[in-house]
Design a protein around this ligand. Structure first.
Ligand code: 1Q0
Length: 225
């Protein structure tokens, strides 16, 4: 069932990964960044098959960046895919970033994940402010229209619209966020704990997002095809 598959997801792992992705020098550590995404994928997988094409897409992007990291391991000269900035410097220097055509660069691939984090922030802030009975699908699509739809084709936007109808309700959502089911009167307490963790997670994601956004902006790479 949904619940069984959702058991794997642990929001504190999202929080830990994105928090530890940022170093004192405001670098983004790619391994930690990708780990944060691994955990988000588990959430997606807990939602069931209609959302399947979305988790496949995310896994594909994560795999691409990991392949690049494996393909250019650390040497005494440096570790090209250790941080976001080192990846950008390395790919720019090696001429791997194509500003005109689609390519398989880490920069353009991570940009898609980065835009998705924008969507996630908007969505989670809306969830925080939501109350019983609000439709997750509706909150989701408001955020989608703002953060991702502008980059998607008409056909894809329609497919996403269909997928969002299949989203679970708010109770189920908090159940996945907050962990295993415990009966009855625990429900409200669990929701409170869930909200607190959610708030901290949104802050961690926002910090990562802002630093990443700045790096893309500085390098003129916000529109990489
Ligand atoms: C909670 C429900 C999730 C609903 C997601 C909303 C919209 C997602 C739309 C995704 C469409 C994916 C199909 C492929 C798109 C690509 O064409 C596109 C561009 O790439 P490219 O190579 O063709 O240039 N790819 C993307 O834009 C990437 C999009 C990925 C969307 C990822 C959304 C992931 C969300 C994940 C986590 C949900 C966790 C929620 C709760 C967590 C609690 C802490």
């Amino acid at each position: 069932s949904r619940l069984c598959r959702g058991r794997d997801f642990q929001i504190h792992r999202v929080l830990t990964a994105f928090n530890s992705a940022v170093t004192g020098e405001r670098e983004i550590l790619l391994d930690r960044y990708l780990e944060g995404w691994d955990e988000l994928v588990k959430f997606l997988e807990a939602l069931g098959t209609v959302i399947g094409f979305i988790s496949q897409e995310v896994k594909g992007k994560l795999g691409l960046v990991r392949d690049l990291r494996r393909g250019a391991p650390a040497t005494e000269k440096g570790d090209p895919y250790r941080t976001l900035r080192s990846m950008m410097a390395h790919e720019l220097r090696a001429g791997l970033v194509d500003f005109r055509r689609q390519s398989l660069s880490g920069c353009r691939t991570l940009l898609r994940l980065h835009r998705s984090l924008h969507w996630l922030q908007l969505f989670l802030r809306a969830v925080e402010r939501s109350s019983a009975g609000d439709s997750m699908g509706a909150l989701c699509s408001v955020a989608y229209n703002q953060a991702l739809a502008p980059y998607h084709s008409w056909l894809l936007r329609k497919a996403v619209g269909v997928a969002l109808v299949a989203l679970p309700d708010r109770v189920e959502f908090f159940r996945i966020v907050c962990g295993e089911e415990e009966k009855g009167e625990r429900e409200r307490e669990r929701e409170r704990e869930g909200r607190q963790l959610l708030e901290r997670t949104v802050l961690a994601i926002t910090r990562v997002y802002n630093i990443t956004q700045e790096a893309y902006q500085v390098n003129g790479m916000l529109d990489l095809p």
